[in-house]
Design a protein around this ligand. Structure first.
Ligand SMILES: Cc1cc2nc3c(=O)[nH]c(=O)nc-3n(C[C@H](O)[C@H](O)[C@H](O)COP(=O)(O)OP(=O)(O)OC[C@H]3O[C@@H](n4cnc5c(N)ncnc54)[C@H](O)[C@@H]3O)c2cc1C
Length: 457
């Protein structure tokens, strides 16, 4: 409980203008892009690491639950304050402290929005590869805590691959730093890997040193449509298996395509059972060669129509289609659950088949959207949570999808994380000893369990 006396102690750390505790203000911090909610008792907006440290020390002394929040775009319930308490929102810690393209690093505060970082890097022709569909809203702190990915992570890797160093405030208020500005640094434990993806359960990121990479000379984008979804999926497996590594390879099924077309009218083929949006980048000659090889494979898998984005605006149109998928799905029903499982890429065709069979059996519509080149699938179900019987079927579908992914040697999340959505499914992909080991780490770092309690550990 945050008593009036404790509130006053917090207000001795931060200006009252950066403290919210009225019910109507708190609603906005009770949910993310998942379907559950839980109210915090107060929200605080620190501006410095020192303030974060003092807030945590005080919360620790009172065993007060603390949940970090970036932009609240998580789709798994990760920033929902499940045990109430205090939300620390990082939106005011949004400075880009240094851009050093010579040494290929940047230093940022956690509240920097991903797209703002990309815009700041663009004049130097550098970029930060992790590009979640939420890049216009989500923050670097949230991207680190979720180990976020995105379409171009097929070639470039996920957020963890770009962390050189972090400053982290621990539950006690103690601030630690690790890593360095060096592209190569294998000194000691790789602590970035411990905090990245930990969903704010081990410590709060207050500063990050990130690796950036040069913008490639050429980008080529094509979209292929297929009459058969199975052909679409097997084309993916064949292209990747033959050693071609595009920057991105996105799969969309007919339901998704039509939802996009209904809303945005981008001229997509409504009859297509499946579509692949493929992008290659690098030196111009290498891109031409890769596209030639990819076209051969697409034809071999009966692609019926292939268009190449001839101009930057064509390319933008194709990517707008892909990026709007989540938003347009939300128009189909009052609620939408977008899930996130990954299977080895050779199992993508089988996983697609299983998702469709499972949804059909439960008489539900399912849209399939996938970063297919790395096996990361996002089945999406539009439904109505207030219809208890329908919602039960939605839950049953996802239950079976998680089990199917595990059965195909896949995993529970490729990028969205575990949060509230999948905590109970961890034993499907982790043995009890591993789960115990994670609990041991949590106990050592946050002995009172004040950081984001009620989540996966
Ligand atoms: C339309 C849409 C598209 C999306 N597309 C993708 C996608 O392509 N790829 C992908 O990976 N995700 C995607 N997401 C999910 C989401 O955007 C990402 O998980 C993102 O990284 C969350 O960032 P955020 O700033 O909104 O964090 P929040 O949602 O606010 O928080 C996420 C987690 O990070 C923790 N956290 C936040 N800041 C800190 C900090 N400073 N220190 C420690 N912990 C912190 C929170 O406690 C919480 O556990 C999408 C979401 C939407 C709505």
């Amino acid at each position: 409980m945050i008593s009036p006396d404790l509130t006053n102690q917090f207000l001795a750390i931060v200006d009252p203008a950066r403290w919210l505790d009225k019910k109507e203000q708190l609603f906005c911090y009770a949910y993310d892009a998942f379907v559950e909610e839980s109210m915090p008792e107060a929200v605080v907006f620190p501006e410095t690491t020192e303030e974060v440290s003092q807030i945590l020390a005080l919360a620790s002394a009172h065993q007060l639950p603390v949940t970090a929040r970036g932009a609240g775009t998580s789709v798994c319930g990760a920033p929902i304050p499940a045990r109430h308490g205090l939300v620390i929102c990082f939106s005011q810690m949004d400075r880009i402290i240094e851009i050093n393209t010579k040494d290929r690093y940047i230093i940022v505060e956690p509240g920097v929005v991903n797209a703002d970082l990309q815009a700041a890097l663009a004049p130097d022709r550098f970029f930060f590869p992790p590009d979640p569909g939420s890049m216009n809203m989500s923050t670097i702190g949230g991207n680190i805590a979720q180990n976020a990915g995105g379409p171009r992570c097929l070639k470039y890797g996920v957020t963890l691959d770009y962390i050189l160093g972090l400053e982290v405030a621990l539950a006690s208020g103690k601030v630690i730093t690790f890593g360095s500005k060096n592209i190569k640094d294998v000194t000691g434990y790789k602590l970035a890997a411990l905090f990245c993806g930990s969903e704010g359960t081990l410590g709060l990121v207050t500063k990050a040193i990130l690796k950036v990479v040069p913008v490639p000379e050429t980008v080529k984008t094509i979209m292929a449509t297929f009459k058969d979804l199975d052909d679409t999926a097997t084309a993916v497996t064949d292209i990747i298996g033959s050693g071609i590594l595009p920057a991105a390879m996105e799969l969309m099924d007919q339901l998704t395509l039509n939802a996009i077309e209904d809303k945005a009218g981008l001229g997509l083929d409504r009859e297509a059972a499946g579509t692949l949006l493929i992008e290659v980048d690098g030196m111009a000659e290498a891109c031409d060669k890769q596209i030639r090889l990819i076209l051969e494979k697409l034809h071999a898998h009966h692609a019926v129509h292939i268009q190449e984005a001839g101009t930057a605006s064509d390319r933008e149109r194709l990517w707008t289609a892909r990026r709007s998928a989540y938003g347009v799905f939300a128009k189909l029903a009052p609620d939408i659950i977008s899930e996130d499982v990954t299977v080895p890429v050779s199992r993508v065709p089988e996983m697609v088949r299983r998702i469709i069979q499972i949804a059909d059996r439960h008489k539900l519509r399912v849209g399939i959207l996938a970063h297919a080149g790395d096996g990361n699938m996002h089945p999406m179900i539009p439904a109505d949570k207030s219809n208890a019987e329908e919602w039960e079927r939605v839950m049953a579908v996802f239950d079976e999808i998680f089990r199917a992914a595990a059965d195909l040697e896949g995993t529970l999340s490729g990028e969205h994380g575990i949060g509230l959505a999948k905590a109970k499914y961890l034993p499907l992909v982790m043995d009890p000893g591993t789960i115990d080991f994670m609990k041991t780490i949590k106990q050592a770092v946050d002995p009172d369990g004040i950081l984001n309690p009620g989540k996966f550990v």
